[in-house]
Structure formats: structure tokens, C-alpha cells
Design a protein around this ligand. Structure first.
Ligand SMILES: Nc1ncnc2c1ncn2[C@@H]1O[C@H](COP(=O)(O)OP(=O)(O)OP(=O)(O)O)[C@@H](O)[C@H]1O
Length: 486
């Protein structure tokens, strides 16, 4: 089909001017209004509404404050266009053609939305009411909204959600709710179909690493409007999911795992929450001046090109690989019934393993580039390359370490001679005590939550899912699906 052929073309009235308006097969709307004007439906029109004979195109356009040459785009602003077809017949035809075109774009029509009123600065409910809901309603998306009432509520809800009713799940929250949703989906019996439902994130928490990673990957600022537009437009991309295993216990991670300095700052700075966002910088300084080194071992399978790190070793084994234990016998059929996703099928023993011995200052494993809106932890991380980015620091004097912390804003830290930066397929983490004090162990942080807490470590309310002991992290390429800007 000729992409410049008109699907419909007719005389209409735009702002008092009678002009020829054409909708072309490539989705462009053209008209003359002083000068030549056009709109790209796919990018700029989120929906339309009628008022008598008038048709209002609900439109967003990029403002003029983009940063020339630096790749960053301008702020998106609303700029509706209203036109009036010349007859009722023409009005009906315009409505039909516009609807058919928008429907052909595969945009979501029914969304299940989680709003965490507790996340971040506790503004998520207002953000949803004032910014998210109006845009989604303009796009004529039917919404089912659930405010989360307690920790793990989102996980419980998705475990019994009827997916035939929704085209996607949206989290108006920080990364914590997204992680709960992924864990809930993968613990369903029908996990293999459930995990395919597209997931959207609207930044309303403290971290917002996933929203930042998605929007920054196309040069968009991490704003609520940009995040909602990405959902409305309905583009999708796949996302690697990491399975962290210890014995029969599993946790599914989409963002990061940290042990050592980063985990200690992230979790222990909770006690300074009253300081607001300054708590992280303040506590980072404290930790750097009283730097801890942790004994332990990292066993890993490097991605091609990263084989120079560590020493060769055979598979270290792990209490992690008893795959069938959490399955159950189905009473009626007598067959094994899988209770949920068990992690990727990998022949661990026949991989080329390497080992790095401690002590370590910091070990950080990342799935996507940004850990938070101001932390570009793993600049080379990709959403679905099937690998995890591993950032390791073993030794570093305090002054360079201070400047490394400020480089986290732009990802410059990975170029430091004090930092090892590689991609791995599998990691076995064997955490140990602090150097010089066997009675004090550390914390393992997965996606912002305490996954494991060793003896003598910082005690907080959160219950840890795993023991401070060997755990294994594997990655399943592109297992989940995200709404993405492009
Ligand atoms: N009503 C609630 N009361 C208390 N906690 C809740 C509630 N709803 C959700 N939570 C918990 O809040 C946590 C934070 O969620 P969210 O993803 O919105 O923010 P975050 O950026 O990860 O963290 P932060 O709390 O630092 O903002 C999650 O662990 C979630 O289980």
C-alpha cells in the first residue's frame, strides 16, 4: 500500500479556517493553517473525543526546551487540535477512520494499575489522580485500579489476577512494586503465559531505576508524562529476569543485587530517613571513612570477551540447584505439577567457571543501566542481552573512592582502575564476614530489599528471605515484557 495515499481527505474547519485535512496511510494528518501543519498519530495523538460535530484530537507535542546537540529531548506538552467536519456523514467517517487507525497500533485498552501510596515521598496517589489517570482516560484506556495496602500486596493480587481481562499491568510506584509483580507472576502455575503480560512503570518511588533506564535509553527525561506516554503508545521490549536461588528459596530480580558498600549504604541509611534524599550521601561518606572489606568468593561464568577476569575453576556447586523439590505431586494424575517458574534450564557443570577471591569492598550485579534516577550503575547493561553486568571493587584508597561515588551519576566509575566491570551469565556469591572481625557479617540487597542479613549486621524491621550464605544467580533472557518508549 502507498504510505502517502490518503485514507480520508475532506474539507474541515480548524480554528475558524476552512482547510483540506488528510489522514494518510502512514498515520500523518496534514492540513493548512497559516502554514503547513501535520501530526503523527502514532507519536503525537493519544486519542480523540467528540463534542457535537467537533472532533478534538488529544495531542502531545515536544516543547521547545530540548537541549540541542546533547541528545536530550524537550518537555512534552498538551496541545489539542479541534476540527469540525463539514457534515454529519463526514464526521462519522472521520471518527471511524481515526478509530480504525489508532486501533491498528496495538495500544493497550484495558490496564490493571497498582498505586503505592506509601512509596517514595508518598505522592503516588496524587500523581495517579492528577497526571496518570487523565492521560490514560484521554487515550480511552479502561482502568482497574488497586492501591497497595501493605508489603507484598501487589504480589498477592497478581497471583490470582484474570489476565484475559487486561492488556498490561502498570505500577505507579518505585521499583519495589514492579519486583513484587514479577515475583507474583512467576509463582503462578501458568507463569509461562502470565509473565508475558506487558508491564509499565510510572516513577513515583524513591529509586525509579527501571523507569529511568527505559526513558533514558531513548534520550527522554524520566518524567511521569513520558512514562505514561510510553504505556499508551504500547511499544514493548523484553527484559531479562534473574533468578536468585538458595536451596528451595527463590527470588526473581529485574534490577540489581548488591553486597558490601552499596548494600550497606542502601539499607543502613534507612535509619537516617528523616534527612530525606541527603541520607544516602551522608551515609556514603560515613561508610567510606570507616570502610569495610568483606571476605568471600565470587564464582562466575563470564560473557564472551570477559574471560580474563579471575582464575579457572570447576563448578563450585550450590545448594541452589535442587530444581524439583518445590514441585508437588498432583493427587489426581500422579504427575509432577510445577508450582511456578524454577529458573532457567542451564547445564551449570559444563560451563567455563572462574573465581575471584575476596576481600571485596563492593559487589554489584545489574540488569539495567540505572539503579536509581541518579545512579548509572552499569552503563553498558542491556535489557535483554541475557547477561548481568558485574561491578566489583576490591581495593580503593578513600579519596579516589569519594570521587567514584560522584561518578555514579554518569556511569564514569566503571572506567576507574579500581573497578572491575564485566558481564556474566551466572554468578555464585559466597559472602563472608568483615575482614578483621569474624563476628560481623554483611547484608545482601536485591532490588532495594534485604535478601539476606548476616550475624552482627544492621538490624531493621524487614525479614530476610534468605540466609547470609552461598546463593546462585542465573539469568533468563527476555523472560518478561515491558512497555517501552520506542
Ligand atoms: N500501603 C502500604 N504500606 C506500607 N508499605 C507498602 C504499602 N504498599 C506497598 N508497600 C511497600 O512499599 C515498598 C516500596 O515500594 P515502591 O516500589 O513504591 O517504592 P520504592 O522506590 O521501591 O521504595 P521506597 O519506599 O524507598 O520509596 C514495597 O516494598 C511495597 O511492598
Amino acid at each position: 500500500m502507498d504510505r502517502t495515499a490518503a485514507i480520508i481527505s475532506d474539507q474541515v474547519n480548524v480554528d475558524g479556517t476552512v482547510t483540506q485535512l488528510s489522514l494518510l496511510a502512514d498515520g500523518k494528518l496534514w492540513w493548512l493553517d497559516g502554514g503547513k501543519r501535520n501530526l503523527t498519530i502514532e507519536k503525537e495523538v493519544i486519542g480523540f473525543a467528540t463534542d457535537g460535530l467537533n472532533i478534538r484530537l488529544k495531542t502531545v507535542v515536544e516543547g521547545a526546551d530540548g537541549c540541542c546537540g546533547c541528545g536530550s529531548r524537550g518537555k512534552v506538552v498538551r496541545n489539542d487540535v479541534v476540527f469540525r467536519p463539514s457534515s454529519e456523514e463526514s464526521h462519522r467517517l472521520w471518527c471511524r477512520k481515526l478509530k480504525e487507525f489508532i486501533d491498528s497500533l496495538g495500544r493497550p485498552k484495558r490496564l490493571f494499575v497498582f498505586v503505592n501510596p506509601f512509596g517514595g515521598r508518598k505522592f503516588a496517589a496524587n500523581i495517579f489522580r492528577d497526571h496518570v489517570k487523565p492521560l490514560l482516560e484521554d487515550a480511552q484506556v479502561h482502568l482497574t485500579v488497586q492501591e497497595t495496602k501493605h508489603q507484598l500486596h501487589a504480589k498477592q493480587v497478581v497471583q490470582s489476577l484474570d489476565f484475559s481481562k487486561y492488556d498490561g499491568i502498570v505500577c505507579v510506584s518505585g521499583d519495589g512494586i514492579l519486583v513484587e509483580v514479577v515475583n507474583g507472576l512467576l509463582q503462578r502455575e501458568d507463569w509461562d503465559t502470565a509473565i508475558k503480560i506487558p508491564l509499565g512503570v510510572v516513577p513515583a518511588g524513591t529509586g525509579n531505576g527501571m523507569a529511568k533506564s527505559l526513558l533514558d535509553s531513548v534520550g527522554d527525561p524520566c518524567t511521569i508524562t513520558n512514562a505514561v506516554l510510553a504505556i499508551i503508545r504500547g511499544h514493548k521490549r523484553s527484559l531479562d529476569v534473574a533468578t536468585i536461588t538458595q536451596g528451595e528459596t527463590r527470588f526473581f530480580s529485574v534490577l540489581m543485587l548488591a553486597w558490601g558498600l552499596v548494600a550497606d549504604i542502601d539499607i543502613e541509611s534507612e535509619k537516617y530517613r528523616w534527612m530525606g534524599s541527603a541520607r544516602i550521601d551522608f551515609y556514603a561518606l560515613t561508610r567510606i571513612f570507616h570502610l569495610r572489606h568483606y571476605e568471600g568468593c565470587l564464582y562466575f561464568v563470564p560473557a564472551p570477551g570477559f574471560e580474563a577476569y579471575g582464575e579457572t575453576i570447576s563448578y563450585p556447586g550450590s545448594s541452589a540447584s535442587k530444581r524439583i523439590i518445590s514441585d508437588q505431586m498432583d493427587g489426581e494424575s500422579g504427575k509432577l505439577k510445577r508450582l511456578g517458574y524454577q529458573g532457567p534450564e542451564i547445564d551449570l557443570e559444563n560451563l567455563s567457571w572462574r573465581v575471584l577471591n575476596g576481600p571485596f569492598i563492593s559487589v554489584w550485579l545489574h540488569n539495567v543501566p540505572w539503579g536509581a534516577e541518579n545512579t548509572k550503575a552499569a552503563p553498558n547493561a542491556e535489557f535483554s542481552d541475557g547477561y548481568l553486568d558485574l561491578i566489583i571493587m576490591k581495593n580503593c584508597p578513600k579519596l579516589p573512592l569519594l570521587s567514584l561515588m560522584s561518578d555514579l551519576n554518569n556511569g564514569g566509575h566503571v572506567k576507574s582502575p579500581h573497578v572491575m566491570y564485566l558481564k556474566v551469565k551466572v554468578l555464585v556469591l559466597e559472602p563472608g564476614p568483615r575482614r578483621g572481625d569474624q563476628e560481623k557479617e554483611g547484608i545482601i540487597d536485591a532490588d532495594g530489599e534485604v535478601l539476606a542479613r548476616g550475624k552482627g549486621s544492621y538490624q531493621c524491621e524487614q525479614k530476610a528471605l534468605m540466609a547470609y550464605d552461598k546463593l546462585q544467580i542465573t539469568v533468563d533472557q527476555g523472560l518478561a515484557t515491558l512497555f517501552t518508549p520506542i
